[in-house]
Design a protein around this ligand. Structure first.
Ligand code: ARG
Length: 463
């Protein structure tokens, strides 16, 4: 243990921090990932201190130059992170002081690590949200383009994973897009509450220096300073909110994954995934495993876990800052990495999903998916819906027994169940007729799918 250990507060102490305690309480191994934001925040703070007359222009310029040098060293991999200096904030400040001398020690005037770390996390998360949002947009773009191409492709739609009614593959793809569209708007909403400046709250009560928080907010691109210093250093709602948005996105991608895994199987054969997103088996030569969707589905759990970790972290904390808060970072960072990488993989993969149109079509025919269309047809001939349901139920039972789809039956066969059935029935019994008939906003008719894709594209263009 070196006597550097508690240099920042050593005055009050009569013995150095225990070496194990220093390691136990340090966060530098993980919070160093916020070095860019820490430096960005410090530069803004130095400019503000100069504007209000606390630092001279020379001092400000020395600090900015020194901090830029530190950033370059970190980026080159030349920076020596020290556990004795506990966290990213004190490591950078110490390096600055080593470079520019006594002026470096003035940077911390009017602030505390409590408002500094709160600022860094907000800056970090704001940056990451922008990357995540662009991956989300890329994924949506891929889905919408594919939906346009597949607007006429017919597949079975399911409820209870039983064949229900025919839909178009384009319509199914746009259902995924809707989920992601809501996710995007939640992410942007969460970003608004992140984009507020806590710096200036200092340790908890504010500071006696004549700081200009509006100016610092403006320099850092924050919408405004926070209202209450106690809340500023203790609030981690924004991180919890982000993990909950992330949990929802992962949940959506997990459902999406589950469908891809099923559809790529020999039993469904609805899609082909590009080889580059799959792996083989070391023992079974025929295997092509959908690893990417499986992993996305698997990784969803850890993001849920991180959300619960953060909620639990905060639930018993009295105001204001507590060291507990240091535990916010690892769950948050892992949430960011997992979400960003999962979205990236899906955005890369989605445009290359290959529909096996013939298999989809055959599957839609196999499951009596136009039974509802027949019932609606009989209703249009004047029979009450409940009776029509019964009539079609019998026709389906006959179809199962004789191995025929409704559209494969002759008119005479169909007329056994209702005399109201005539020649025009075959228009509604085809899969094409069935999807085309659902011709209203939100319906699966190919022209509606094309229109919906157009509207979805227009929404992306507004971003
Ligand atoms: N590493 C700390 C954190 O992540 C920084 C703030 C520490 N403040 C303090 N007074 N100990 O929360």
């Amino acid at each position: 243990m070196t006597d550097q250990t508690n240099a920042s507060w050593g005055g009050r102490f009569s013995e150095p921090t225990d070496a194990f305690v220093a390691r136990y309480t340090a966060s530098v191994s993980f919070d160093q990932r916020m070095y860019r934001q820490d430096i960005q925040g410090s530069i803004a703070h130095a400019k503000m201190l100069c504007k209000v007359g606390v630092l001279s222009e020379t001092e400000r310029d020395d600090i900015i130059r020194g901090l830029e040098e530190v950033r370059i060293e970190i980026e080159r991999g030349d920076f020596n992170w020290s556990v004795e200096l506990e966290d990213v904030h004190m490591n950078i400040e110490a390096a600055l002081t080593q470079k520019i001398g006594i002026t470096g020690k003035k940077l911390h005037t009017g602030r505390s690590r409590n408002d500094q770390v709160a600022t860094d996390i907000r800056l970090y998360l704001r940056d990451e949200i922008d990357v995540i949002a662009s991956e989300l947009t890329r994924l949506q773009q891929g889905l919408i383009d594919l939906a346009e191409q597949e607007a006429d492709t017919i597949m079975p739609g399911f409820t209870h994973l039983q064949t229900a009614q025919p839909v178009t593959f384009g319509h199914h793809l746009l259902a995924w897009n809707e989920m992601l569209q809501r996710d995007y708007s939640r992410l942007m909403d969460c970003r608004k509450r992140i984009n507020i400046l806590p710096l200036g709250a200092a340790a908890l009560a504010g500071t006696t220096y004549p700081i200009d928080r509006h100016y610092t907010a403006e320099l850092l691109g924050f919408e405004r300073p926070t209202e209450n210093s106690l809340d500023s250093v203790s609030d981690r709602d924004f991180a919890i909110e982000f993990t909950s948005v992330a949990a929802l996105i992962m949940m959506h991608m997990s459902r999406f994954s589950e469908e891809l895994v099923l559809w790529a199987s020999a039993q469904f054969q609805f899609i082909d995934l590009p080889d580059r997103f799959c792996t083989g088996s070391s023992i079974m030569p025929q295997k092509k495993n959908p690893d990417v969707p499986e992993l996305v589905r698997g990784k969803t759990g850890r993001v849920y876990g991180h959300m619960i970790s953060l909620l639990t972290l905060m639930k018993s904390q009295p105001l204001a800052y507590n060291k507990d808060n240091q535990e916010d970072k690892e769950p948050l960072f892992d949430t960011v990495d997992t979400l960003r990488d999962s979205l990236r993989a899906f955005a890369d993969m989605a445009p290359h999903l290959q529909a096996k149109k013939d298999c989809m079509y055959e599957a839609a025919k196999r499951g009596f998916s136009t039974a509802t269309d027949l019932a609606d047809y009989v209703v249009r001939k004047g029979i009450p819906f409940r009776d029509a349901h019964e009539i079609v139920g019998k026709a389906v039972a006959y179809g199962i027994e004789s191995g025929k789809d409704l559209s494969d039956m002759t008119l005479q066969e169909l007329q056994q169940f209702s005399e109201q059935i005539s020649d025009d029935v075959f228009e509604v019994l085809t899969l094409e007729g069935s999807v085309a008939a659902r011709d209203h906003i939100g319906g699966t008719a190919p022209n509606q799918v094309r229109a919906a894709a157009g509207r979805a594209k227009a929404l992306l263009a507004e971003r």
